[in-house]
Design a binder for this molecule. Sequence first.
Ligand code: FE
Length: 218
Amino acid sequence: MNEPHDHHHAHAAGHRHPPQADHDDTLTYYRRLEIAVRELLIEKGIITAGEVSKVIEDIESRSPEGGARVVARAWSDPKFRELLLRDATSALTSMGFELALFLDTQLVIVENTPDVHNVVVCTLCSCYPRMLLGLPPAWYKSRAYRARVVSEPRAVLREFGLELWDRVAVRVHDSTADLRYLVLPMRPPRTEHMSEAELTALVTRDSMIGTAVCRAPS
Ligand code: FE
């Protein structure tokens, strides 16, 4: 470390672009409100800053891979599938999912069959099975999806590239803060030989929202 400036110079020389603007979020009304309420709750000793960080960390650590593991287990184990449909919280706990943050939220698994296709929405805002899928995609929160999937679900699904037979009934489930839905997609044909881990890789986020179906690798 005789020449402490070497690294700095090399770094600067490699950066051949104009200075970039910062992308800090705008301090909107609701962001300001959230900060004010959070700081008051901390100041009054109702919650701690550490607890807030832990909750954020928990939510950010979740991804659709969690839901995919649950679906693959349900496809592979009829007893687990039966428990999942009857009492999702018990089924998830048996798989080791940490649900302490979600104890006030009921989770309902809706099963696709050859006759019924399920789709999930939150018409009011963005309620979503975050315990199994992580944060919702932007389109899930959009006004267009929230309004249209209720009034013209088949047209919306077609835009997602999902064409359903006319004889298949489409059920749209409206989530709330207390009640979240996850779709159990149908197991694709010709996957009988696959292990649970291989099946997990076939389960997409959108298939658990209901805007897609699972397909076997061709
Ligand atoms: Fe919501």
